[in-house]
Design a protein around this ligand. Sequence first.
Ligand code: FAD
Length: 289
Amino acid sequence: MRITDKLSARQTFSLEIFPPKGELPLETAYRVAGEMAADRPDWISVTYSAGGSGNSANTVPIAAQVERGLGVTALAHLTCLGSTRADVDAYVRELNEAGVENVLALRGDRRPGREARDFAHASDLIAYLRASGSGLCIGAACYPEGHVESADERADFQALYAKQEAGADYLVSQLFFDNEDFYRFREKCLRHRVRLPIVAGIMPFTSVKQIQRMAFTCGASIPAKVVKRLVLAGEGPDDQARAGVEYACEQLEDLAANGVDGLHVYSMNKPAVAHAAHEALAACGYLGA
Ligand code: FAD
């Protein structure tokens, strides 16, 4: 089912998984996906070579398993930096054969030796997917605190508007730890004529190290209230992870109460984290309304 159909019917709840790194078998991802599917999320997204992991070959097989094997809508990510039109055509064919109707069209992070070939920006990929008659439902990324490479806010909203005009159907946000950033961003979108549905992305942090790494790579700021939570939680890994999940659930409940179009949990291949988010949202009446 197309994600736009879900977004027009209700406030959505979705999860993300990433393909196993290195030599880990695909079965690991299938098991994680199976456990996450038990809560019947609106969709499960599957990343594409995220963080420069290079593990893009497994995105479609995992998305196919989610869609056909588990009966949950799959959203397959695709990055375009370094790709040719022929590469994209081949990926679209794979998606069609796998019965996957949804793609998240991204540029991908810059890294040495990865130069633009046929696509410089995500909006180029979106326009190509639209013009090539792929028939896919196309999502795109947005950044409540701005993209790390953008010189200023104007550049950010120009890029976002370009994605909308190229044919994106909806947006999924980068993670953020302060909901006020998201609310401000949502208002600014309207001022900049960006009118697409926005799914808010929340990542339950599991340790100090992890939150530091994510903040650096994603450009998300860490508010003092999060630092305090971590300090009060203590140094044990379980205590920190528990504090992270509790904080994320509070964020989700607040977003739910403030009319968000959809909630996406960066569950980092941890079914228990995904389940905790699901339980919090069920308890506050967000799900099944
Ligand atoms: P773009 O929209 O191309 O933006 C990148 C930068 O270029 C921005 O600073 C923008 O302002 C600027 N820009 C855009 N258009 C123009 C223009 N016409 N002229 C000048 N400047 C312009 N990465 C992965 O590798 N795999 C994944 O699976 C993955 N999943 C993600 C999922 C989500 C929800 C998000 C938010 C990010 C994800 N990423 C993933 C990370 C993403 O690839 C990076 O954030 C990347 O740096 C930017 O991608 P983009 O699609 O937003 O690019």
